[in-house]
Design a protein around this ligand. Structure first.
Ligand code: SF4
Length: 623
């Protein structure tokens, strides 16, 4: 791996790394070897030019400038290192704090960071140098504080990038606290780019330190660093320029060594250094279906999700009993995943969730989410689409599973680990004890998804919400994962809310299917009625678009013509009208309510009674 990294670094990278090693070695050994020679005053050799005995000449006291430059490596590198450590630590703390604090405080700190980042580093260093006073200590503090804002900004940006990943959502749904999420999940995942950035920042700190010493604000006599030697040499530059050139060259080369090495490391590990529209139609009146059943495990009525300028979920009502499997199906952007996230209370501001009723196990989930964290963490499990982003890549799988029971049941390490191994076996991961000690990248895609399901059932949930759990898997593995979900549901009487764009899969897994279009449920029907007795033209088109044994293979695959409407600009009337072969003037003027049919099914269509053969819906696309 190291050899591959070196190959990727190329000749320039290898030279930079060699130079860096040389600088570090010099910092360690130069004072031991050349200190005496560097400090030896010789009145007979004052201001001599370069010679065999003195390669860079001598200074005003006849001291060997080359030996002084070599000896100054330790102080120059050491002080710059101290300043970098200080700046990086302060920046890391401030940047990470924004992720831990509430949204408002985080925004204030973010604004402060942005203001300070707007000033050039050296200007900030000079400002702080005046505050902290002249001398090496003041310069270290000044450069440290000047480095901190940039590092805080990078930490903040990287942390917010990781914060959107599924494994963070999974940790939140498991009730893991903010500080623990930060230390266990966020920081380990941004450590690599931070280390690289710190290496590059070291080069900048070295230049800044040399500048302060050159200006007389840094290291004071009798101590000396490269900046100070540069200042002394500059006074004699017309007598012999080497006295200024050699310390200047040392600063540039050392700063380059750190900067380029940082870039080399970044490349080796695959990194690079670094509206308000109008809302759509007002929500339709709350669906006219009866309120969800009293004994429902999950009862949702008139759920709305809105973001500034858009309302992607508009009045969803559903209920789900223990052990029941309900599917939500629809194209991308239909609002199905947002519905699931809203139920799990995972929609973050500026998103807003409202509902007339949102109850899970009899508890009203509306209001402050922290009040429901324990219930959601123990009784609700989420399984996301991409198992790779759902698991923390730098934490062992067993530890991630164990965290659930450690957080909620205060289980000790050993008990939590045993439970994790047990759950991994329950989701049919062979040699679970060994696998628990491995990292997610050592698992196959199917194993990762099964591990995620294992994590979901760590705390005996009453409801599993699976959001496209098989989309990223191949067909064989898909079947295994679906079978596993079915087994867990029947064996442990767990409710399943299954989200998918694939109407066939939903039909196989679920007892009841909710079809969503443009943020609304447009049909609610038993899975057994899906293929032959769907009433809504959109449901029928979805079914017809899936080839079956009778599909003529000589014809192109059927597709639903057109695209779903933009949620920011929904049409008046039925949102499906532009794609619907049955659309009439009434459809284009009035949005049909979700009516309960006599059979207990629900459908939102003015012409639901009109029967149309599947293929005629999309005939134009087939011919
Ligand atoms: S209401 Fe009209 S446009 Fe909408 S799905 Fe029914 S028939 Fe088609």
């Amino acid at each position: 791996m190291a050899a591959r990294g070196l190959r990727r670094a190329g000749p320039l990278g290898i030279s930079a790394l060699a130079l860096l090693v040389l600088v570090i070695v010099l910092a360690l050994v130069a004072p031991l070897i050349w200190q005496q020679r560097a400090d030896a005053i010789n009145a007979a050799e004052i201001l001599r030019g370069p010679s065999g005995a003195h390669p860079a000449g001598t200074d005003l006291l006849g001291r060997d400038i080359f030996a002084r430059v070599l000896v100054a490596t330790r102080l120059s590198v050491g002080l710059a290192l101290l300043a970098t450590v200080l700046g990086v630590t302060a920046g890391l703390l401030v940047g990470a704090t924004t992720a831990v604090l509430g949204r408002r405080a985080g925004r204030w700190i973010g604004t402060l960071i942005n203001i300070t980042v707007a000033f050039p580093n050296l200007l900030l260093a000079l400002f702080f140098a005046v505050i902290f006073g002249v001398g090496a200590k003041g310069a270290v503090l000044a450069i440290g504080f000047a480095t901190a804002p940039g590092f805080a900004r990078i930490t903040q940006t990287l942390a917010s990038g990781v914060a959107g990943r599924d494994f963070i959502a999974a940790a939140r749904i498991a009730g893991v606290g903010r500080f623990r999420i930060l230390t266990r999940h966020v920081l380990p995942n941004i450590a690599e780019p931070l280390v690289v950035t710190a290496t590059i920042a070291m080069g900048g700190a070295m230049l800044a330190f040399a500048s302060l010493s050159f200006l007389g604000l840094g290291v004071q006599a009798p101590s000396y660093d490269w900046g100070r030697l540069l200042g002394e040499g500059l006074q004699q530059i017309y007598i012999h320029p080497a006295g200024a050139l050699i310390p200047g060259l040392a600063v540039v080369l050392a700063a380059m060594a750190f900067n380029l090495s940082g870039e080399v490391v970044a490349r080796a590990i695959g990194l690079r250094s670094t509206s308000t529209g109008t809302l759509g139609d007002p929500p339709p009146p709350a669906p006219s279906d009866p309120m969800p059943e009293a004994d429902a495990l999950l009862a949702v009525h008139n759920l709305q999700v809105s973001f500034p300028g858009v309302r992607p979920v508009r009045g969803v009502s559903l209920s789900l009993r223990r052990g029941e499997a309900v599917g939500i199906v629809g194209e991308s952007g239909s609002g199905k995943s947002l519905t699931a996230l809203a139920i799990a209370r995972l929609i973050e501001p500026p998103g807003e969730v409202t509902a007339d009723r949102l109850e899970f196990l009899g508890e009203d989930l509306r209001g402050d989410v922290s009040a429901h964290r324990r219930l959601l963490g123990t009784s609700l499990a989420m399984v996301f689409q991409d198992p790779m982003t759902s698991l923390n890549p730098v934490q062992r799988v067993g530890r991630q599973l164990a965290e659930v029971v450690r957080t909620h049941q205060r289980a000790d390490r050993r008990t939590a680990w045993a439970r994790a191994v047990d759950r991994l076996s329950a989701v049919r991961i062979a040699d679970a004890a060994k696998r628990a000690g491995q990292l997610p990248h050592e698992f196959s895609g199917g194993m990762r998804q099964r591990a995620m399901i294992g994590m979901g059932v760590m705390a005996n949930p009453a409801l599993v919400i699976a959001d496209e759990p098989t989309t990223a898997l191949d067909v064989t593995v898909q079947k295994q994962v679906l079978q596993l979900l079915q087994n867990i549901r029947s064996a442990e009487n767990v409710g399943l809310l299954f989200i998918s764009h694939d109407v066939t899969v939903v039909g196989q897994v679920c007892e009841r299917v909710l079809v969503m279009y443009a943020g609304r449920i447009v049909e609610d029907l038993p899975a057994s009625a899906l293929r032959e007795h769907a009433r809504h033209p959109y449901t029928r088109a979805l079914v017809a678009a899936v080839p079956d044994m009778e599909t003529d293979r000589n014809l192109p695959l059927a597709v639903i013509p057109g695209r779903p409407p933009d949620p920011r600009d929904l049409p008046v009337g039925c949102a499906f009208a532009a794609r619907c072969p049955l659309a009439t003037d009434r459809c284009r003027e009035e949005d049909p309510p979700l009516d309960s049919l006599e059979t207990g099914r629900r459908v939102a269509c003015w012409h639901a009674e009109q029967t149309v053969p599947h293929l005629s819906l999309i005939k134009g696309e087939q011919s």
